[in-house]
Ligand binder design. Structure first.
Ligand SMILES: Cc1ncc(COP(=O)(O)O)c(C=O)c1O
Length: 472
C-alpha cells in the first residue's frame, strides 16, 4: 500500500449514528437561539461536530467487550487491578487512582502538592507561582482556585501560524528556569507539562525538551505532573520527528517520556479513547505520601480510590483503550487526516496553525482582519461555519481567554484561532473534503461577517454559557 496517495480509514465502521440535514434558514435560527454560542446548540442540529475530540470518538471492539468483564465491587475490584497493571506496563508508574475525567484528577492533586510544598519548604501562598508549557483551562482554573498564579513558558514560535517548528509545544527552558529563580523555588509547588500542548494547537513536546525540563525541576526539587490527554499522539510525533526515536515503538517512546515526570493526570477521553474517564498516577516511592493524601481526597471527591469516579466495566474498558490508543497504524491515519484537512484549507487560502495532533486550528484573525479581537473573530467564524454547513467548531482566542480578574479588562490573546477538533475514527475523508468546501463558501463571504458583542457575560468560564449578538 506504500504507493497509494491516501491511506484510507484503517478500520471497519460497524455502528451507524444517524445525523440530521438542515436548511440554512433553520441553522440561522438555531444559532441565533443559541446566543451565537455553538456550545448552546443542540447536538441534534449539527451535521459535523468538531467541538471536541473529548469522549466523542469511536471505541474499539475490544474496549466494548472489556466492559462486560467489569467487577463492580465497591473496593478492591479486579477491574481496578487490571487498570493499575495497564498503567504500570505503559508508563511504569506504581500508583494509580481512577477519576471520572481529567479535571477530577486535577481537583485532587493540586491542593495536595501545594500543601506538601508549604509543609516541607515553607511555600508562601501569596507568592505561589506554577509553571507549564501551557496550562489547559481546567488545570489553570484549579491552580487559580487554590491561590496560585499561573505562568505559561512556551517558545516564541508556539502561536505564530506563519512559522514552522517540529515541537511547538516545547517549554522555553530559559524562561522556565529564570521564572523559578525569580519567584523562589520554594514558592513553586509543581510544574505541569501538557502533552501534546492543546492550547498551542495540539503541538508536540520533544523528548529532549522533556528531559531538559525535568532536569531543571529536579535541580529545584519541584514535582512535575504530565498532563497526559494526548500522550500517544505526542509519542507518534516524537517517533516521526526526533532522530533518536525514529526506530522506536510508540510503547518504548511513551515509557521513556514518563521517566521525566513524577506523576500523571489524564483526561482518558482523548488518546485512551473512552467516552468518560480519567487517571491520577504517581511514579514511585518518592511520591508515596502524595499518593496517600490524594487517595483520601479521592474518597470525598470522586469515590473510593479503587473505583474513583468509574464503574468496574469502565475501568476495564479504559485499561484496553490505553493500549488501543497507542496503535501506530491508527495514530498515523489520525495525524494524516489532520494534515489532509490543514493542507486542504491552506490550499484555498485559509491560514492554519501547522498540523498538530487532534485538530486543525484556523487563524481567524487572518481570515477576518476587519473584526477586532474584542469582537471575537474566531467566534464569528464559528457561527458562520455553522450557518453555511451545519459544522460546529470552537473558538480558542480572546473569547475563551476572558478578562483580567483584577482589572476587568480583556486579556490580550496570542492568536484568534478556530479549532476544528476531529473525533477519533468518527469522520471520514469525505467529511474532511466537505469541511474544506464549507470554508470556500465562508471565505467568499468573509468581508460581510460581523463581529460579536455580549448580551450576557458570566463572570467566570464565559466561553460555555455567554450569549452574544452581531455588531451593527
Ligand atoms: C490537556 C488537557 N488537560 C486536561 C483536560 C481536562 O480533562 P476533562 O475534560 O476530562 O476533565 C483536557 C480536556 O480537554 C485537556 O485537553
Amino acid at each position: 500500500m506504500e504507493n497509494f496517495k491516501h491511506l484510507p480509514e484503517p478500520f471497519r465502521i460497524r455502528v451507524i449514528e444517524p445525523v440530521k440535514r438542515t436548511t440554512r434558514e433553520y441553522r440561522e435560527q438555531a444559532i441565533l437561539k443559541a446566543g451565537m454560542n455553538p456550545f448552546l446548540l443542540d447536538s441534534e442540529d449539527i451535521f459535523i461536530d468538531l467541538l471536541t475530540d473529548s469522549g466523542t470518538g469511536a471505541v474499539t471492539q475490544d474496549m466494548q467487550a472489556a466492559m462486560l468483564r467489569g467487577d463492580e465491587a465497591y473496593s478492591g475490584s479486579r477491574s481496578y487491578y487490571a487498570l493499575a497493571q495497564a498503567v504500570k506496563d505503559i508508563f511504569g508508574y506504581q500508583y494509580t487512582i481512577p477519576t471520572h475525567q481529567g479535571r477530577g484528577a486535577e481537583q485532587i492533586y493540586i491542593p495536595v502538592l501545594i500543601k506538601k510544598r508549604e509543609q516541607e519548604k515553607g511555600l508562601d501562598r501569596n507568592k505561589m507561582v506554577v509553571f507549564s508549557n501551557y496550562f489547559f483551562d481546567t488545570t489553570q482554573g484549579h491552580s487559580q482556585l487554590n491561590g496560585a498564579t499561573v505562568r505559561n513558558v512556551y517558545i516564541n514560535q508556539a502561536f505564530d501560524t506563519g512559522v514552522k517548528h517540529d515541537f511547538k509545544g516545547n517549554f522555553d527552558l530559559e524562561k522556565l528556569e529564570k521564572g523559578i529563580q525569580e519567584v523562589g523555588p520554594n514558592n513553586v509547588p509543581y510544574i505541569v507539562c501538557t502533552i501534546t500542548c492543546n492550547s498551542a494547537g495540539g503541538q508536540p513536546v520533544s523528548l529532549a525538551n522533556l528531559r531538559a525540563m525535568y532536569a531543571i525541576a529536579q535541580k529545584y526539587e519541584i514535582p512535575v505532573i504530565m498532563d497526559s490527554a494526548r500522550f500517544a499522539e505526542n509519542a507518534y510525533f516524537i517517533q516521526q520527528r526526533e532522530a533518536e526515536c525514529k526506530d522506536w515503538s510508540i510503547e518504548k517512546i511513551t515509557y521513556e517520556c514518563y521517566k521525566y515526570a513524577d506523576g500523571l493526570a489524564m483526561s482518558a477521553k482523548k488518546d485512551a479513547m473512552v467516552p468518560m474517564g480519567g487517571l491520577l498516577c504517581f511514579k514511585d516511592s518518592s511520591m508515596e505520601d502524595v499518593y496517600h493524601e490524594c487517595r483520601t481526597l479521592c474518597v470525598v471527591q470522586e469515590g473510593f480510590p479503587t473505583y474513583g469516579g468509574l464503574e468496574g466495566g469502565a475501568m476495564e474498558r479504559l485499561a484496553v483503550g490505553l493500549k488501543d490508543g497507542m496503535r501506530e497504524d491508527w495514530l498515523a491515519y489520525r495525524i494524516n487526516q489532520i494534515e489532509y484537512l490543514v493542507n486542504g484549507l491552506e490550499e484555498i487560502g485559509v491560514v492554519c496553525q501547522q498540523p498538530g495532533g487532534h485538530a486543525a486550528f484556523v487563524d481567524a484573525g487572518k481570515l477576518l482582519p476587519h473584526i477586532p479581537a474584542e469582537q471575537f473573530p474566531a467566534q464569528a467564524l464559528a457561527c458562520e461555519l455553522y450557518k453555511v454547513a451545519g459544522i460546529r467548531a470552537v473558538e480558542i482566542g480572546s473569547f475563551l481567554l476572558g478578562r483580567d480578574p483584577k482589572t476587568g479588562k480583556q486579556l490580550p490573546c496570542p492568536a484568534e484561532l478556530l479549532r476544528l477538533t476531529v473525533p477519533r475514527a468518527t469522520y471520514t475523508q469525505t467529511h474532511m473534503d466537505f469541511i474544506i468546501e464549507a470554508f470556500k463558501h465562508v471565505k467568499e463571504n468573509a468581508a460581510n461577517i460581523k463581529g460579536l458583542t455580549f448580551i450576557y457575560e458570566p463572570k467566570v468560564l464565559r466561553h460555555f454559557t455567554a450569549r452574544l449578538k452581531e455588531t451593527e
